[in-house]
Design a protein around this ligand. Structure first.
Ligand code: GLU
Length: 415
């Protein structure tokens, strides 16, 4: 079978949900495609004096529940179908967390690892210049995602503000604290994921103390998951990886030390005292918890049968294919699906929007407590739907989210 692209995967997942909910085919037709998408070409002056044109996208998938919300990825392999899928997943994510927001996503085809800071700044500003009319605090609010960060968010906010002639902090989230960011946004994705792992462990009667954890990906989500796994639960992080390869130590790795090593050498590989493993080997290790925290399609029909973890906590977006899902479910692996597990990021982004509107900022304790409440509630709504319909956790998350979006569409008289 030819490999499905992420958008086709998201449509298969939605079709399954429509079947369970017996959705009207006309309603399903609305939900299967983005409501608006923009294709851009961004000319950027490079440091050598040449002008290069970067293809870029923004997809606003569905805004029935509120302004669209979702990150911007800078990645050489970005495609419109990836952005469409991610925008769809943002729609379901915001609905599942009961945030008054729709779903969107952006992407720029570029390799930030080969660009200077000045080039990245010009590219970020060009993206906002091209999109200015179509985004805004009440329209569509971008945020960080793969290979974008708070500094890029600050310069995008600044570009939007310059065009508007006033500071508009609420146009983007994930900003540094000094320009309208929120406490607790930096580790929010991982922290939210940890809260769902805690709830899953309680449900499964599992003790997290000294449990063995393997994490694929060492970006923002992967690093903080490792660090918080240690700090909150006293887990043993036995394996970590990045795009160059993985490392293993059965006694446990110290995430902060691995972070320093990566900052110095550019990768986690060759971390002193660890064994080298591949990304594929990491997924199949004999661990209690496996956290895919990199890109799409990591767990497929080829390796799903070899996964030994009791819990797969999907911090990445779209790491598991539909065939792999079926295998994991059959084998009794408890999957915490992506748009539940990684929803902490957008939840604190929503808190950031609220704080920007009110011009009144919360302390870290308030953010953590409110995030915990949101994640815990959403975990249990999902688990409840899974038991009620006898379906897996991903299908259950879809059922809860899609029902909410459909309800909003009904009340707006779209259907
Ligand atoms: N990019 C993150 C996600 O996939 C965060 C989105 C946001 O904060 O708007 O959920």
């Amino acid at each position: 079978m030819t490999q499905l692209n992420p958008f086709e995967i998201s449509q298969i997942q939605l079709d399954e949900c429509a079947e369970i909910l017996k959705l009207d085919p006309n309603v399903k037709a609305i939900l299967r495609v983005p409501m608006r998408e923009m294709h851009l070409s961004l000319p950027v002056r490079m440091d050598d004096g040449n002008v290069r044109t970067f293809p870029a996208y923004r997809v606003q998938y569905n805004n029935a529940r509120g302004p669209t919300k979702g990150g911007i990825r800078f990645h050489p392999d970005e495609t419109i179908d990836t952005v469409r899928a991610l925008a769809a997943w943002m729609t379901w994510k915001c609905a599942l967390l009961n945030l008054p927001l729709g779903g969107g996503k952006g992407g720029v085809i570029c390799n930030p690892k080969e660009m200077s800071e000045a080039e990245l700044e010009r590219l970020s500003r060009a993206y906002i210049q091209a999109l200015h009319t179509f985004i805004g605090p009440d329209i569509d609010i971008p945020a960080p995602d793969v290979y974008t960060n708070p500094l890029i968010m600050a310069c995008m906010m600044d570009e939007y503000s310059k065009i508007e002639g006033k500071s508009v902090f609420g146009v983007i989230t994930g900003k540094p604290l000094c320009v309208g960011g929120s406490c607790g946004r930096q580790d929010a994705t991982a922290r939210g994921g940890c809260y769902t792992i805690r709830e899953a462990a309680i449900e499964l009667g599992m003790d997290l103390h000294n449990s063995k954890v393997a994490i694929q990906g060492f970006g923002n989500a992967g690093y903080y998951a490792a660090s918080l796994g240690n700090a909150l639960f006293d887990c043993k992080i036995v394996a970590l990886s990045d795009s160059k390869g993985g490392i293993y130590n059965k006694e446990g790795l110290i995430p902060e030390a691995v972070y320093e090593h990566k900052a110095k050498t550019g990768s986690v590989i060759n971390f002193p005292g660890s064994e080298s493993i591949t990304n594929e080997e990491l997924l199949e290790l004999d661990v209690d918890i496996l956290i895919p925290a990199a890109l799409e399609n990591a767990i497929t029909d080829k390796n799903a049968g070899n996964i030994k973890a009791k819990i797969v906590a999907e911090l990445a977006n779209g790491p598991t294919t539909p065939e792999a899902d079926a295998i994991l479910y059959k084998n009794g692996v408890h999957v915490i699906p992506d748009f539940l597990c990684n929803a902490g990021g957008v939840t604190v982004s929503y808190f950031e929007m609220v704080q920007n509107k009110y011009m009144y900022y919360w302390d870290e304790g308030a953010v953590h407590e409110r995030l915990d409440r949101k994640m815990t509630e959403s975990y249990h709504s999902t688990s409840h739907a899974s038991k009620k319909y006898g379906i897996n956790m991903r299908q259950a998350a879809y059922v809860v989210a899609v029902e909410r979006v459909v309800e909003a569409m009904k009340h707006r008289c779209w259907i």
